[in-house]
Design a protein around this ligand. Structure first.
Ligand code: ATP
Ligand code: MG
Length: 447
C-alpha cells in the first residue's frame, strides 16, 4: 500500500508540493529510467497528468506520460528507439523494454501544466517523488472536486471534449464538479457538436466501458450533453412505456440495461441504442397498452445512422446494428430452424453478445425475470453449432452449378430453388446429401 501523501503536504517557493513514497519506484520502473536518462542529458523531466493524479489518489496509474525540457530532436538523440506520434505537438514515443511511453517537450513546466484540463490533471512529479502543483490540484483531489485550470468557459470553448472528460472523471473517481465548472458545462454543452466525431467516439467508448456506464450517461444527460452527442436519445427521459413488462421510462430502462451488461464495447453500445426507436414507434391501443411495433427494425436503421455519424468501424457498426435488430428475438417462440436463421443473420461469433444483451434487457425490465426463452435459444444454438448442422446455402450438398449441369438454364430460378432447398435442410438436416437434394429437385421440376 502507498502512504497517503495527502496527509503530508510540503510547501516550496511558489507551488504546493507533496512527496509520494514507497510504491512510486515500483510502479514507474521504466519511466524512472527514461527520466534519469533525460536528467543525465542535462534536461528537466517529470511524470505528468493522470498518472500523478492516480498516485496522489493512491491508485495504480495505468498509463504514464512524461514531459521534458528536451526538444523532440534531443529526445531522439538520447534513446535508441523513438517513434514519432505527434511531433507537431512535441510528442514522441520512447520504447523501453517493449513498452512505449509518450514524451512531450515543454517550454516551461508551469506553462505546460497551465494548458491541461483539470487541476487534478495538472500535476507533475519529479524523480524523487516530489509533486509540483501550481493550480491547487492536490487540494481538489483531497476535496474530491473537478475544477478546470483557469476560466471554465474559456477552457471548454478551447476544447469541448473536456466537457465529456469532466463527466467521465466525476463518475469514475466519485468526485463532484466545482459549481462554476458544472454551470459552465451546462452552458457550453452544445459545443460538443463541433468536436471531431472520432474524439467524441473515443470518449464515449471510455464512458461506456467504465465501471458505472449508467451513471455516466445519466450525468451526460443532466449536463445537457447527451442530446448533442446522440440527439436521437433526447426523447428518452420521461418517455413512459404504458406496458406491464416495464416499470421504468425508456431512459431509466436503458441505463439499467447498460449497467447489467458485461464491459465490452459492442454489447454496451447495443445496450445504449437497443430501444432507440421506441419514441418514434410508440402507439397506444384501445386498452391503453403501449406498443412499439418494429422498434427493433427501425432501431437498426437509426443505430446505423448514429454509428456512422460517430465514425465507428464497419465491424462495430455491423455487430451493433445486428444486436439492435435481434434484441427482440426472445419474444418469438423461436423454432430450431428459426435459431438457425438467427445464427445466419447475426453470425455465430455474435451470439454470446446477443444473449448477454437480452439477459441485461430482462433484468432491466419489470419482473418476473423470466430468462427461459434466452436459455432455450442458447442451448439450441449450442447444439446446432456442435452438430455442424447446415446453416447457409454454402453448406448445401449441391450448388447452382449442379443445377445447371442438371439442365436448368442459368438465371434467377436457380437462386430460388437453392433458397427453397435451404429451407428444407434447415428443417431436416438429414436431407443434406447430393442424392436426396437432386431427387427433390427432380420431383419438383415443373418444366
Ligand atoms: P485516464 O485515466 O483516462 O488515462 P488521463 O487524465 O490520464 O485519464 P489522458 O487522456 O491519458 O487522460 O490524458 C493525459 C493527460 O493529458 C491528462 O491528465 C491531462 O493532463 C492532459 N489532457 C488530456 N486530454 C486533455 C484535454 N482535452 N485538454 C487538456 N488537457 C488534456
Ligand atoms: Mg491517461
Amino acid at each position: 500500500m502507498m502512504n497517503n501523501p495527502l496527509e503530508d503536504p510540503v510547501f516550496f517557493n511558489g507551488f504546493n508540493s507533496i512527496f509520494i513514497y514507497g510504491d512510486y519506484m515500483e510502479t514507474t520502473g521504466q519511466v524512472k529510467t527514461i527520466i534519469q536518462r533525460l536528467l543525465a542529458g542535462g534536461y528537466e523531466a517529470y511524470l505528468v497528468g493522470g498518472s500523478v493524479r492516480d498516485m496522489v489518489l493512491g491508485r495504480r496509474p495505468h498509463d504514464q506520460d512524461i514531459i521534458t525540457s528536451a526538444s523532440p530532436g534531443q529526445v531522439k538523440k538520447i534513446f535508441n528507439k523513438v517513434i514519432p506520434v505527434g511531433e507537431k505537438h512535441g510528442t514522441v514515443a520512447v520504447v523501453e523494454n517493449k513498452a512505449s511511453f509518450e514524451v512531450t517537450s515543454f517550454n516551461s513546466l508551469e506553462q505546460d501544466l497551465s494548458r491541461r484540463d483539470f487541476t487534478m490533471n495538472s500535476l507533475a512529479m519529479d524523480i524523487n517523488g516530489k509533486v509540483y502543483d501550481y493550480f491547487g490540484g492536490v487540494d481538489d483531489i483531497k476535496n474530491k472536486v473537478i475544477r478546470t485550470v483557469g476560466n471554465p468557459g474559456e477552457r471548454f470553448k478551447a476544447d469541448p471534449l473536456r466537457l465529456m472528460r469532466a463527466v467521465r472523471f466525476a463518475v469514475d473517481l466519485g468526485f463532484s464538479m466545482h459549481a462554476e465548472t458544472r454551470a459552465s458545462i451546462i452552458e457550453n454543452c452544445h459545443l460538443i457538436k463541433d468536436t471531431a466525431a472520432e474524439r467524441v467516439r473515443d470518449e464515449l467508448c471510455k464512458i461506456l466501458l467504465s465501471g458505472s456506464p449508467g451513471r455516466c450517461v445519466r450525468l451526460l444527460q443532466e449536463c445537457g450533453l447527451l442530446r448533442h452527442i446522440i440527439p436521437e436519445l433526447a426523447e428518452f427521459v420521461g418517455f413512459e412505456q404504458w406496458n406491464r413488462h416495464h416499470d421504468k421510462d425508456v431512459f431509466e430502462h436503458t441505463l439499467a440495461v447498460l449497467d447489467n451488461t458485461p464491459a465490452t464495447l459492442k454489447v454496451r453500445m447495443a445496450a445504449l441504442l437497443h430501444d432507440v426507436a421506441k419514441p418514434v414507434t410508440f402507439s397506444l391501443d384501445e386498452k391503453n397498452e403501449g406498443h412499439f411495433f418494429n422498434h427493433n427494425i427501425v432501431g437498426e436503421q437509426m443505430a446505423r445512422v448514429i454509428l456512422n455519424r460517430l465514425k465507428f468501424s464497419n465491424d462495430t457498426i455491423a455487430a451493433v446494428t445486428s444486436l439492435v435488430r435481434e434484441h427482440t428475438s426472445r419474444y418469438n417462440q423461436i423454432s430450431t430452424p428459426g435459431v438457425k436463421r438467427l445464427i445466419r443473420r447475426i453470425g455465430a461469433e455474435n451470439l454470446d453478445d446477443l444473449f448477454a444483451l437480452q439477459l441485461a434487457d430482462i433484468s432491466g425490465s419489470a419482473g418476473p425475470f423470466d430468462t427461459g426463452a434466452v436459455d432455450r435459444m442458447r442451448q439450441e444454438a449450442a447444439s446446432i453449432l456442435a452438430g455442424r448442422e447446415p446453416l447457409s446455402v454454402k453448406d448445401l450438398a449441391i450448388s447452382g452449378r449442379d443445377l445447371i449441369n442438371m439442365g436448368f438454364p442459368p438465371g434467377p430460378k436457380i437462386g430460388e430453388i437453392i433458397k427453397n432447398l435451404l429451407e428444407l435442410v434447415l428443417e431436416n438436416p438429414q436431407l443434406n446429401t447430393r442424392k436426396s437434394l437432386k431427387n427433390i429437385v427432380k420431383e419438383n421440376r415443373s418444366d
